[in-house]
Design a protein around this ligand. Structure first.
Ligand code: TRP
Ligand code: ZN
Length: 455
């Protein structure tokens, strides 16, 4: 029996028979924080998601068509899917074998896929989706609300509503067609293509042409007030607001075009062709998410939260993580955007914000771990990632001066636009552009244990 073979021996046996070992896509993308997130052996080029959701019964019917490319010969590969019942699965229109193993949907195509081949996987599924609980205790994924669902997938919730290659390392374009009862609105990412009502149901169609990580996909459903307009820069804005949040949200959402314009001046051109906001009423969620092109708020946001989620469009959405350990590249940057906005709009200077944080005593949770090494998935949304991450950028700014600092931010957004970045690539870029040896600064602020010495 396999179970009686020691692990090391099993590895040797596997290595000795490459015919089987080399053709199976791995169950994860290799990220130690979320070992089963994503999958190996293929890249998803495009997701076509057709969903029917009934808020009354909380029942979801889905058909997902994934266009993928094999990065190796594949006799078997995995998708991520948590819960729900799979009712059919084909690869290139031929019925394929499949089984469920926790969050892994293990697919065995009738014939092996050659490396480099583009192939199409069609999965039909249904059930009553619900969120996953993250290592830090928060809910993520398909979160039913009183009138629909709040759908936010960071870091691992995409698999609660569609079969996914659920790691930001893999980015894809998306199309959505979401059918809900007439009078209810379904809002996804990207460009709104229109809706059609028949037989008491309305189908909303959306297209997200620029590459997107699965965790940034949404299909949020509810009774929403909708507002659409085009900005001076030609950006298509679609806002959906829960009427219970409408009066509090209006004043803040009015600022969206000016916030995006201000950020475009600092960070370079806005990376997507669509924009907007989804303001839901979902008190049990407790956070907002930078869903691509159209951030999702659990209640009317403050201006600084609007600035934060908007900044993520450059840092996190367009420039994606390669591994969750580098999460400060998302949260530190979005937090620093809040500080910069305050500084330039009548609030405290970034230096004052830095000083107030630095004044916290050595035992404060701010210093619990360094932002460049959170240690586990449990810590990726904790204070050191956000605040000390932003403090790192502030120290960089002080060291190189404003012109060079903003040149670095713009180069980062431009060089990795619609792609990926790592902490090592960022520090190398900062050193190259400034012509300075910044090793000590980054070592102290990104990796030093405890409260750094006074800068
Ligand atoms: N990325 C979000 C933000 O800061 C926060 C977030 C997403 C989050 N998912 C979460 C925070 C889960 C806590 C738990 O904009
Ligand atoms: Zn954030």
């Amino acid at each position: 029996m396999v179970a009686t073979v020691p692990v090391a021996v099993a590895a040797l046996l596997a290595a000795a028979s490459p015919a089987s070992a080399g053709t199976i896509g791995s169950a994860g993308a290799g990220d130690p924080y979320f070992p089963l997130a994503g999958n190996g052996g293929y890249h998803v080029v495009h997701y076509d998601l057709k969903l029917h959701y009934d808020p009354e019964t909380e029942h979801l019917d889905g058909t997902a068509v994934l266009t993928a490319r094999a990065t190796q010969r594949l006799t078997r590969f995995d998708l991520d899917l948590d819960g729900l019942k799979v009712t059919g699965l084909t690869v290139d229109h031929v019925k394929a074998g499949y089984r469920r193993d926790g969050q892994e949907l293990v697919v065995t195509p009738r014939t092996a896929l050659p490396g480099g081949r583009e192939f199409r996987v069609t999965v039909t599924y249904s059930g009553r989706p619900g969120p996953v609980t993250d290592p830090d205790g928060s809910l993520d994924g398909w979160i039913p609300t009183s009138d629909g669902a709040f759908v936010a997938g960071e870091p691992q919730g995409a698999m609660t509503w569609f079969p996914a290659n659920g790691h930001p390392e893999d980015k894809s374009s998306y199309d959505f067609a979401i059918t809900v009862p007439e009078g209810t609105t379904a809002v996804a990412n990207g460009v709104y293509l229109g809706s059609r009502t028949a037989g008491g149901r309305t189908t909303f169609r959306w297209s997200q042409p620029e590459p997107m990580a699965a965790y940034l996909a949404t299909a949020t459903v509810g009774k929403f007030q909708v507002q659409q307009y085009t900005t001076r820069d030609g950006l298509k804005v679609f806002n959906a607001v829960d009427p219970r949040e409408a009066s509090a949200a209006a004043r803040v959402l009015k600022k969206l075009p000016s916030v995006l314009e201000w950020e475009s001046k600092l960070f370079g051109p806005y990376p997507f062709r669509a924009a907007g906001a989804i303001v839901d009423h979902a008190p049990k969620v407790g956070y907002a998410l930078e869903t691509q092109g159209r951030p999702l708020y659990d209640s009317a946001p403050s201006v600084s939260t609007l600035v934060h989620e908007s900044a993520h469009q450059w840092f996190g959405d367009s420039v994606s993580l390669t591994r969750w350990k580098d999460i400060w590249l998302n949260e530190g940057f979005a937090t620093y955007a809040e500080w910069l906005y305050a500084e330039q709009h009548g609030g405290p200077s970034a230096q004052k914000t830095f000083d107030d944080l630095y004044a916290r005593r050595a035992g404060d949770s701010l210093w619990a771990f360094p932002p460049g090494d959170p240690g586990s998935g449990e810590n990726i949304f904790a204070a050191p990632v956000y605040n000390r991450g932003a403090m790192t950028l502030h120290e960089l700014r002080r060291a190189v001066g404003d012109p060079v600092f903003f040149r670095i931010l713009r180069a980062w957004a431009a060089c990795h636009r619609h792609g990926h970045g790592t902490t090592g690539q960022f520090t190398a870029l900062a050193k190259r552009i400034s012509g300075r040896n910044l090793d000590g600064l980054f070592h102290t602020w990104l990796y030093g244990r405890g409260k750094p010495d006074r800068p």
